[in-house]
Design a protein. Structure first.
Length: 475
């Protein structure tokens, strides 16, 4: 029987009225003296309880505290359940390695093949970093956020593990509490070697944009306990990969929550390594130019961190141009270091800051939101700060960027109070191993300091240096 509604109220009123009537009619009924007062006491108590019951029914009917007797006596309560993350199809094969990694505190690098099911670019290898917590029994039912890591040109997924030591960087970040445990996937970006596609959908050519934004997430979420929602994915790259990360995130804010560009640039390159990517279409080229998109198209709900150095002049100019054009809800933070070239040593020093920043933007709980009676609120993007543009500059003389930037918090608008502390070797004019030095253009001569290694053309340059067939990592 329902505890609310007209009939329930009428029954309570009838009971409240009839109980005193019965009390009066039966007041002299008990004949024996020893029984008379106990019976009268019970009848008075019944009359009082009927009045209290009427008040309770009226209040419950007005406010719906308990809609049924089952709920009132505790037989029915809302059931709270936590959905379990679906096991990845690779979990069984790598169980022994991930369990061992959980004991050692070091992540696991797994090599897989990612098919181009939607992009039709073929099957290509990828490396996947799984955090130590992936094999921990306490995390066995949890899904992890994902960061997609893109190399420069001509790059390979192993650049992230070998030159940039991403596994050690993430192990340390998790151990220090600077980042939440996450999965890092390093896909192949050069799907039609030696052509540089700039990670775009080439007209009548490889559909690399689709491969990276659709095929890669589809495979990863099936193979591992990875979050599938956009607020659990981010993308990061260095050099050409930095341009790719910013461009893909701006083009697909429904796929990524945040992005980081390390020494990236604004416009896709056009040279003999790329060919004509857009079939001479200025519209398609504009749509793949980050500054044009931010200036002319509605801003997406996205957080973007651009890290560069004053010495890396083209990245520095492009990053600040993009930041100045940004409008809410697009949040752009620029971190410009006083010194440093276009090389792996600088990018490795920037990695801990980049991953910590990404983690603060992703930071969804590893466990899904508990469902009540099988229903849970939608996990939508929320901002922890007002949409704004932040430009953070690190000044100083004669120092190198290091793994920690003191008193600079990208995206929080803080001004640095001191320079970057150095833990790297003194600057030299030589390039990193595996990179070629590119000559300066006529319009933008290379500044004094470190040589710019493997630079692709910048929209600030009117003349592009001749490019030879690349055999090593260059941007």
């Amino acid at each position: 029987m329902s505890l609310t509604g007209l009939w329930t109220v009428l029954v309570a009123v009838l009971l409240c009225v009839s109980t005193p009537a019965v009390l009066l009619s039966c007041w002299h009924r008990p004949r024996r003296a020893w029984l008379r007062w106990p019976v009268r006491g019970l009848m008075v108590l019944a009359a009082q309880l009927s009045a209290v019951l009427l008040v309770a029914v009226l209040l419950n009917d007005a406010y719906s505290f308990y809609p049924s007797w089952r709920e009132a006596i505790g037989l029915r309560q809302p059931q709270v359940s936590s959905p379990l993350a679906r096991a990845g199809i690779q979990d069984g094969a790598i169980a022994a390695r991930t369990e061992q990694a959980a004991h050692t505190g070091h992540g696991t690098i797994v090599q897989i093949t990612i098919p181009g099911a939607t992009s039709h670019v073929g099957d290509h290898p990828a490396l996947v970093y799984l955090p130590p917590q992936y094999g921990d029994p306490a995390y066995r039912t949890r899904a992890f956020p994902v960061v997609e890591l893109l190399p420069g040109y001509v790059g390979h997924p192993r650049n992230w593990t070998d030159q940039l030591g991403v596994a050690a960087v993430l192990d340390q970040a998790f151990g220090a509490g600077q980042a939440v445990p996450l999965i890092a996937v390093m896909p192949t970006t050069i799907v039609a070697p030696p052509r540089d596609t700039e990670c775009v959908n080439v007209v009548d050519g490889p559909q690399v944009d689709t491969y990276l934004t659709t095929d890669v997430p589809t495979t990863i979420t099936r193979a591992f306990r990875a979050q599938s929602a956009a607020n659990g994915w981010a993308i990061m790259g260095y050099s050409t990969g930095g341009y790719c990360a910013a461009n893909l995130a701006l083009r697909h804010p429904d796929h990524y929550r945040a992005a980081v560009s390390l020494a990236g640039y604004a416009a896709p390159a056009h040279d003999r390594t790329t060919g004509d990517l857009f079939a001479s279409s200025p519209t398609l080229r504009d749509q793949n130019t980050t500054t044009w998109r931010v200036q002319h198209l509605p801003p997406p709900p996205l957080d973007l961190l651009l890290i560069d150095t004053h010495d890396d002049i083209h990245s520095f100019q492009d990053d600040h141009t993009l930041a100045n054009l940004a409008r809410p809800p697009l949040n752009v933070a620029v971190l410009s270091l006083a010194h440093g070239g276009h090389n792996f040593a600088v990018w490795r020093a920037e990695e801990p800051t980049a991953f910590a920043w990404l983690s603060s933007r992703l930071a969804p709980p590893l466990a899904p939101i508990p469902a009540i009676d099988g229903q849970a609120p939608p996990q939508q993007r929320t901002d922890d700060h007002p949409a704004r543009v932040v430009v953070a500059l690190v000044g100083g003389q004669g120092r190198q960027p290091a793994a920690q930037v003191d008193d600079v918090h990208p995206g929080r608008g803080d001004r640095p109070s001191r320079d970057v502390e150095t833990e790297t070797a003194p600057r030299s004019r030589s390039c990193s191993p595996g990179e070629d030095a590119a000559p300066a253009t006529r319009s933008s001569p290379a500044p004094a300091g470190p040589t710019h290694c493997g630079r692709k053309s910048s929209p600030h340059s009117t003349t592009k240096p001749a490019t030879q067939t690349p055999t090593t990592e260059q941007t």
